[in-house]
Design a binder for this molecule. Sequence first.
Ligand code: 5GP
Length: 191
Amino acid sequence: MKLLEERIRKDGIVKSDEILKVDSFLNHQIDIRLYDRIGAEFARLFADRPVNKILTIEASGIGIACVTAMHFDVPVVFAKKAKSLNLDADHYVTKVQSFTHGRVYDVMVSKRCLSSSDHVLIIDDFLANGCAVNGLLDIIRQAGATAEGVGIVIEKGFQEGGERLRAQGVRVESLAIVERMDPVTGEITFR
Ligand code: 5GP
């Protein structure tokens, strides 16, 4: 998505070899018109899939998921993070290693929100090693629902999440794939 790549080049900050900061427009301050274009693009890319629910993980996926859900006219479910959780019969629970915080969370979705009749599109802001998406896929599996695909705003192609998911046969559509980024010059190269 050209518009997104241009915005990342203009306002993205390469914090380190691994971390790209986009909090002036994507995940702290939010450019709502860009969000709307992102939502429309996901709706176009997954128009062939019978999506009836969007699933994301708190916190930064929620806004993008909501705008995307407007374009599909379906509800959003966001998985909640808890430091530790007693296994509860009313929830699907999985473990996710946080890329940005470096710790493992229990992540849960109420069984009332996801069932075997659901056709789910996963949406998230970033794809790095794929831990968040794999956790959400595990929750979909526990519910017996169908994963229709994964929509990512920014994939860091030099980390392994995207490649692994695609090798498993998961349909992953990323709107921008960063091939390389240099924390010294700030240069960002897209695939
Ligand atoms: P993964 O689970 O794929 O390793 O990492 C994805 C999650 O970590 C996303 O939900 C996102 O919030 C966060 N994340 C990963 N890489 C970055 C990054 O470069 N910048 C920011 N802002 N968040 C990231």
